[in-house]
Write a protein that binds this ligand. Structure first.
Ligand code: SF4
Length: 92
């Protein structure tokens, strides 16, 4: 996930993606390959010790591309809508 512009936060160094293939976290398009990459990235996120911090950061800073906190861009849209209404980041 670390190829977008953002401010570095301490929790990022603990991310499960730090030593993973960055391309997995930024799949391009909706091809089978891209979907497979997204699923692989999400599987890494599900084991990540900072998944909550990551998703909160992505919502708070409006990260609209890539996999963050185990979610795709589309999945974050509804989380973001909820966040605007309630100030809470709720996944699911
Ligand atoms: S939740 Fe996923 S994208 Fe976020 S730091 Fe962890 S592995 Fe990386």
């Amino acid at each position: 996930m670390l190829k977008m512009e953002f401010e570095q936060e301490d929790w990022m160094l603990e991310g499960g993606c730090v030593y993973s293939d960055t391309d997995l976290f930024f799949p391009v398009g909706s091809s089978m390959k891209a979907m497979k990459q997204a699923n692989e990235a999400k599987a890494i996120c599900m084991e990540c010790p900072v998944v909550t911090e990551c998703l909160e950061y992505a919502i708070r800073t409006n990260q609209d591309s890539g996999i963050w906190g185990g979610t795709t861009e589309d999945e974050r849209k509804s989380i973001r809508r909820q966040y605007r209404k309630t100030g809470l980041v709720i996944n699911g």
